[in-house]
Design a protein around this ligand. Structure first.
Ligand SMILES: Cc1cc2nc3c(=O)[nH]c(=O)nc-3n(C[C@H](O)[C@H](O)[C@H](O)COP(=O)(O)O)c2cc1C
Length: 442
């Protein structure tokens, strides 16, 4: 059994301040850029990222090397790199922590990506509310420009690349790649049909490598330390680390941000975040953020990796892990999540726009003890057809809270429907609402 501990590859230890260029260089920063630009071809950089099996850390886990190869091979003189530092789920601290604590590593990753795919212009797309992170990146960019690490003729070579920083906030959908490209062009942020993928037909119709900020911050580690060192941490399918935001909802605590090797069991992640709770103290552990799934405490030994987490019904998604206390009615939890997602749906696809709203409505009925047996089959039908009829990943994942609540806590649904009882006594039926309302009215 490997020993799992916090592993700082992209985040830095508290007190290990590398925000200034001199400090970042002192810690080995920009050595990867020097090495790549002076000694390696762009193809070699792509090959190392491929060999390292670096997966997209924005949630879906696509292989970064394959994406870069597709952009590199497209014959076009103009190509783009987009660094997705948005964090659709605003409760995630991954992107903002990276921007604030390690802005130069983000810049180095972007420039390496641009060199690898052949781009001369890059965009860093952050949430406008990440003020401290955006300020840190802009300050780092000023230093990097002065040191010829970004901009024209980088490190005295004929390779040039500029980085534009954008701060935008349009809610959850602002994290989706085709939405970001529309917003960069000044258009309304709505997802687009794929294929064609951004690698072929991206920003202004040009080949575009769009990657999550954490994915890009890992590239300097691969180039500087080599593929063998990089793949020593993590699992065979998913080498490397992941920034995880942990919420101990039970005690309503502040979130804790950790960087852990892929494959670390959920239980160990909680311990590393300083949370110690008996399984009997928990109703569920929710993995993946707003679109994530709720798993029972018996799943706490599941390794944090794409396949096992998806098999259990959750997603890596925004890498948020949160705990639900025992008095949580899982029908009410699924209803609240669905309501939030219904509000965040951009509305372009009818199944997502109306389907998630209908799920919310049916769950509202069930928690109010107005549900009927047939509701369960209708919910299953919606959970099946919304993912199939949606253009982007939002609709694909939106039924996850409902699906996992039904899978692991079917008794919560039947108690509400058949016995008109909330399993935890926390849902207030509509009838009771009316009763209370009557009493407080003058
Ligand atoms: C609704 C929605 C929200 C998303 N939010 C983010 C996000 O906040 N950050 C991110 O990197 N990717 C997000 N993605 C995934 C991006 O569309 C894209 O796949 C990703 O940035 C690619 O980078 P990666 O391969 O390095 O993960 C989101 C996707 C969807 C459908």
């Amino acid at each position: 059994m490997p020993e799992y501990q916090q592993t700082y590859r992209v985040l830095r230890r508290q007190g290990d301040d590398v925000r200034a260029l001199a400090a970042y260089r002192q810690a080995g920063g920009y050595a990867a850029l020097e090495k790549a630009i002076r000694q390696q071809t762009p193809e070699q950089v792509v090959q190392q990222v491929t060999d390292a099996k670096l997966r997209g850390l924005g949630g879906a886990g696509r292989l970064t090397g394959e994406k870069w190869r597709a952009v590199r091979r497209t014959e076009d003189s103009q190509k783009y790199v987009i660094c997705n530092a948005y964090d659709a789920d605003s409760r995630s601290y991954a992107a903002r922590s990276l921007l604030e604590r390690n802005p130069h590593q983000v810049i180095e990753g972007i420039i390496l990506a641009a060199y690898a795919v052949g781009a001369s212009e890059a965009y860093l797309f952050a949430r406008s509310s990440f003020r401290a992170g955006i300020d840190a990146v802009q300050e780092a960019l000023r230093e990097a420009l002065d040191a010829h690490l970004v901009g024209r003729d980088i490190l005295g070579t004929d390779f040039s690349c500029t980085i534009n920083v954008l701060g935008v906030d349009i809610g959850f959908m602002g994290g989706e790649e085709t939405v970001q490209m529309a917003l960069i062009k000044g258009r309304r942020g709505m997802p687009e049909q794929r294929p064609p993928y951004p690698a072929q037909d991206g920003l202004w119709g040009k080949p575009t490598a769009i990657n999550n900020v954490e994915t890009l911050a890992n590239v300097p580690v691969i180039i500087r330390d080599g593929v063998v060192a990089f793949t020593k941490v993590g699992t065979a399918n998913t080498p490397g680390t992941k920034i995880v935001t942990v919420y101990d909802v039970v005690s309503d605590s502040q979130p804790v941000v950790v960087e852990i090797p892929f494959g670390t069991p959920l239980r160990t992640i909680l311990a590393l975040a300083g949370i110690k709770r008996a399984d009997g103290d928990l109703r569920a552990v929710v993995v993946g953020g707003a679109e994530g799934g709720a798993l029972p405490p018996s799943s706490l030994d599941t390794p944090f990796d794409f396949d096992p987490i998806e098999e259990a019904g959750a997603i890596i998604g925004s890498s948020i892990i949160e705990l639900l206390p025992v008095p949580t009615c899982m029908v009410a939890w699924a209803m609240e999540r669905s309501r939030y997602l219904s509000n965040e749906s951009c509305g372009k696809c009818v199944p997502c726009r109306l389907g998630v709203k209908r799920i919310t409505g049916i769950l509202e009925g069930i928690v109010s003890d107005l549900g009927i047996k047939g509701d369960l089959a209708v919910l299953d039908e919606f959970a099946g057809y919304i993912p199939n009829g949606s253009l982007c990943g939002f609709g694909v994942q939106a039924p996850n809270p409902l699906k996992t609540a039904k899978r692991y806590w079917p008794d919560h649904f039947t108690m509400h429907i058949e016995e008109l009882q909330c399993p935890t006594g926390t849902c207030v039926p509509v009838r009771a609402h009316r009763f209370v309302t009557k009493h407080v009215l003058p």
